[in-house]
Design a protein around this ligand. Structure first.
Ligand code: DX5
Ligand code: ZN
Length: 216
C-alpha cells in the first residue's frame, strides 16, 4: 500500500493543529527539521514536535536535516517522534551508527536519508536494521522545488537493495512529489511519498492525498 506523508513545512506554523487535522486521511505527518548548517535554511525543532505530539495521534515522521544528529536524536525521540531520519552526509559513519544505537534504546523507528549526490550503496552498512530509507528527490532545504528525474534510478537501486537485504524496510521519497511525479516514484519502488506543496497548496486536501496514492 502506498503511504502519504504530507510535509508540514508547507503548513501555516501559526495554525499547526488546524493544519495537521486537515491531513487526517494521510498516513504520516512529515516534520522537516533544518538547522541552517546542514541545509541553508532553518525551520522547527524539539518544542514543536512536543506540541504536535499533544495534538495528534498520527505517526510523526521527523526528517532531521541537521549536522551531527547524534547530539539530538534522544531529545527528538523523547519529544514524541515515531520515526527519525538522519542524513548519512551529516556525520562520520561511527557517529551515524551511534545515533542509530541511541534511537534503538529510545524505541523510535530508524531511517537514514540520502542527498541526491549520495550513492545508494551508502545504506549498506545499516540496511538490515532500518525501518525506512529516505531518498531525496530535490536538494534538501526548501519546499516547492522541481523533482529531480535523475533520482528515479537511485530509487530503483535502493529498492533492489531493500528487497535483497531487508524487504520490510520502507522506501520514502521527498521533494517535488505531485500528481505528475507520484506514479513515476511508485513505479521505481517507493512506498511512502512525502508531499508539501502538492498537499497544502491543493484546494481539496483529501482529494490531493487520494490522487497521490493513485486512487483518485
Ligand atoms: C525539503 C524537505 C521536504 C519539503 C518537500 O528539504 O525535506 O520535505 O517539505 O516539499 P515539496 O513537496 O513542496 O517539494
Ligand atoms: Zn523532508
Amino acid at each position: 500500500m502506498i503511504k502519504i506523508a504530507p510535509s508540514i513545512l508547507s503548513a501555516d506554523f501559526a495554525n499547526l493543529e488546524r493544519d495537521v487535522k486537515k491531513i487526517s486521511t494521510a498516513d504520516y505527518v512529515h516534520v522537516d527539521v533544518m538547522d541552517g548548517a546542514f541545509v541553508p535554511n532553518m525551520s522547527i525543532g524539539i518544542p514543536v514536535v512536543q506540541s504536535l505530539r499533544k495534538c495528534t495521534d498520527m505517526f510523526l515522521d521527523v526528517h532531521l536535516m541537521i549536522e551531527k544528529p547524534v547530539r539530538y536524536v534522544e531529545q527528538f525521540a523523547k519529544a514524541g517522534a515515531d520515526l527519525l531520519s538522519i542524513h548519512l552526509e551529516a556525520d562520520h559513519p561511527t557517529r551515524i551508527a551511534e545515533a542509530l544505537r541511541i534511537m534503538d534504546e529510545c524505541k523510535v523507528k530508524k531511517a537514514v536519508a540520502l542527498r541526491p549526490i549520495t550513492s545508494p550503496n551508502a545504506i549498506l552498512p545499516y540496511i538490515e536494521q532500518l525501518d525506512l530509507v529516505l531518498v531525496m528527490t530535490v536538494e534538501p532545504g526548501f519546499g516547492g522545488q522541481a523533482f529531480m528525474h535523475d533520482q528515479l534510478d537511485t530509487i530503483r537501486q535502493v529498492r533492489a537493495l531493500i528487497n535483497k537485504y531487508n524487504p520490510a524496510c520502507e522506501l520514502e521519497v521527498d521533494g517535488g512529489i505531485a500528481p505528475a511525479t507520484a506514479p513515476l516514484v511508485i513505479e521505481a519502488g517507493a512506498n511512502v511519498l512525502v508531499a508539501g506543496s502538492a498537499v497544502y497548496g491543493a484546494p481539496d486536501i483529501p482529494a490531493a492525498i487520494r490522487t497521490l496514492r493513485g486512487n483518485p
